[in-house]
Design a protein around this ligand. Structure first.
Ligand SMILES: Nc1ncnc2c1ncn2[C@@H]1O[C@H](COP(=O)(O)OP(=O)(O)OP(=O)(O)O)[C@@H](O)[C@H]1O
Ligand SMILES: CCCCCCCCCCCCC/C=C/[C@@H](O)[C@H](CO)NC(=O)CCCCC
Ligand SMILES: [Ca+2]
Length: 556
């Protein structure tokens, strides 16, 4: 099929200028017609192109405001073009933000106007990746408690314009969305699930959808080696939380309208999910940060300060930094040797990422090894690597974890969908050194370029706190009881403290066990996103802005 072949071509009026408008299978384009340019003595024609896949909707222009505006200032030529249609499309503005722009074309006859609407709609109906029906969950208490307003004022109008129907559930308690998805929701009715909230709310949606998928396929997710079935419904994230790192790292900005437009155009971004087990029982899934030590302590403290909103992280951050705790334990991991990238290669995961498209060899898919191979690997340490040490932080980042606080993230070169996680080990060091390491998360310097930091790209890892190594297997099945904090001032020049153990934060939730086994499930879910676009793909538009809507409101 020739994508360039013209489906329609007409001379129409746009803002009193006669323009040549062309539609083919991939593009809608318009530029001032030659006669118009001659008349107005303007030089070279400005041409405009919109990808058909980025058209939001086309409709007859019936809006009274539009009609009145044009009637008042009608010139002779306009009166010859009394019928109009409006195309709403995606316009890139700054820093990965998208807006919905409108352009209106006036036609000389009703037939021509209707033909344009019909043929454009026919092309849109061929875009089968676009969702028509969505199930939306809103957390009214996430972030600055603006989820409901953000959805109603910024997102619902764009969905309506695109002809998307949405069933909306405003959650009434924590885990409402998770439980509804797990057992009640009739998922056959929907083309996707939308989460309005932060990373914690996203985690609920992920758990509901992934667990439901395993149950429907008879897969027992308690088995650490079970091959999990990918979820068929995509998830859209409308950011309305405190960190929103999953949205930021998959879209490049935390902006509700941009996210809504990625949903409308039917984008699809596969994403790795870590499954976390304690012995043979499933604990949680993680897509962003699994952190022990610094981030575990920070999150534990910040949970008590939820009432402070996003500022709780700053306060708990300072407090945790000043405590300067370290923890002893053993980390074992299975390196992703066949992966194309490495954590320090400075290759960032971007839209259409080559590394995420590379499939690992069949016997290493999902990072799985046969039991025998794995056991022997552990025994002779050829596959698994074991490190014993005292750590200030152990972080596993399955994606960059970029967020407004740290625009390049915890692991700037981590990939969204390569089947690996970046395991970052920060050993005991002075407060000043740890501060320097943290500071590098906010600037261009390499946060891994310290003697006390190492980073490994892995498919699986385990952690055993030292405290537990002396216990029997039966004891290991008991939840870890947090010991009374009993600081021991170390003999170092700087004062560090060793409590018995920390907790793991798993995408912002605290895990009940310190001894965990983690396995990356390659591309278990898909988001309505496309990864961060390279800067040159952004269009910077300098001509007259067409109407951008919904009009900016101070809801964010
Ligand atoms: N109706 C509700 N009442 C109380 N808690 C809720 C409700 N709905 C969801 N939650 C819980 O609120 C927690 C926090 O929500 P959310 O992630 O949206 O915001 P946040 O914590 O401010 O942002 P972030 O996770 O990005 O830091 C989630 O763990 C979720 O389980
Ligand atoms: C001297 C200045 C030092 C500044 C250091 C900044 C380092 C920031 C790294 C931020 C990494 C965030 C990773 C995201 C994790 C989310 O799953 C989780 C839930 O939303 N949020 C946090 O853990 C919230 C984590 C908040 C950390 C402050
Ligand atoms: Ca990954």
């Amino acid at each position: 099929m020739d994508k360039q072949a013209k489906l329609l071509s007409s001379k129409l009026l746009q803002k009193h200028r006669l323009v040549e408008v062309v539609l083919n299978r991939s593009v809608l384009a318009w530029e001032e017609a030659e006669e118009g340019r001659k008349r107005s003595n303007s030089g070279a024609a400005h041409s405009h192109t919109v990808q058909v896949c980025e058209i939001v909707a086309v409709r007859k222009t019936e809006d009274e405001d539009d009609a009145q505006k044009t009637r008042k200032s009608r010139k002779e030529a306009d009166q010859l073009h009394p019928y109009a249609f409006t195309v709403s499309y995606v316009r890139r503005t700054r820093q990965h933000q998208w807006r919905c722009a409108d352009v209106t074309f006036h036609c000389p006859s009703q037939e021509l106007c209707e033909q344009w609407i019909r043929v454009t709609n026919e092309q849109l109906s061929l875009l089968t990746d676009r969702p028509k029906s969505l199930l939306v969950y809103i957390n009214p208490y996430g972030g600055k408690r603006r989820g409901k307003r953000i959805y109603e004022q910024k997102v619902a109008p764009v969905f309506r314009r695109a002809g998307i129907s949405a069933d909306v559930i405003v959650t009434e308690r924590a885990n409402h969305a998770r439980d509804h998805l797990k057992t009640e929701a009739n998922l056959d009715k929907y083309d996707g699930v939308v989460c309005v909230g932060g990373d914690g709310m996203f985690s609920e949606i992920l758990h509901g959808l992934a667990s439901r998928t395993q149950t429907d396929h008879g897969v027992d997710q308690n088995q650490p080696d079970a091959e999990l079935v990918p979820c068929s419904l995509r998830i859209g994230i409308i950011p309305a939380g405190s960190t929103d790192c999953i949205c930021f790292a998959t879209v490049g900005t935390n902006d509700p309208v941009t996210s809504a437009l990625h949903i409308i155009v039917g984008d699809s971004q596969p994403m790795d999910v870590c499954s976390v087990h304690h012995n043979d029982s499933f604990l949680r899934f993680s897509v962003s940060l699994l952190g022990y030590g610094f981030y575990g302590d920070l999150l534990t403290d910040s949970e008590r300060k939820r009432w402070l909103g996003p500022a709780r992280y700053d306060l708990s951050g300072v407090k945790t930094f000043l405590s300067h705790n370290y923890y002893e334990g053993t980390v074992s991991f299975l390196p992703a040797e066949d992966n194309l990238g490495s954590p320090r290669d400075k290759l960032q995961c971007r839209s259409g990422c080559r590394i995420c498209q590379h499939k690992p060899s069949s016997n290493d898919q999902h990072g799985e090894m046969s039991d025998e191979k794995e056991k022997s690997a552990k025994g002779c340490s050829s596959g698994w690597t074991t490190i014993h040490g005292k750590f200030i932080a152990i972080n596993a980042a399955s994606m960059s974890c970029a967020c407004p606080r740290s625009p390049k993230g915890l692991s700037p070169s981590a990939h969204l969908a390569d089947g690996t996680t970046d395991l970052i080990l920060v050993r005991k060091c002075s407060r000043l050194d740890f501060f320097k390491h943290l500071l590098r998360h906010t600037n261009k310097d390499d946060q891994f370029d310290h003697s006390f930091v190492e980073v490994h790209r892995v498919r699986k890892f385990r952690f055993q706190p030292r405290h537990h190594e002396l216990l029997s297997l039966e004891d290991l099945s008991e939840p870890v009881q947090k010991k009374a904090f009993s600081p021991i001032c170390s003999a170092q020049t700087t004062c560090s403290y060793s409590a018995a153990h920390s907790s793991w934060t798993c995408d912002g939730e605290i895990l009940p066990h310190a001894a965990i086994q983690v396995s990356v499930q390659c591309q278990l879910i898909r988001l309505f996103a496309r990864g961060i676009e390279e800067q040159q793909q952004q269009q910077f538009v300098f001509e007259d802005p067409c109407t951008l809507w919904p009009l900016e409101q101070s809801t964010n």
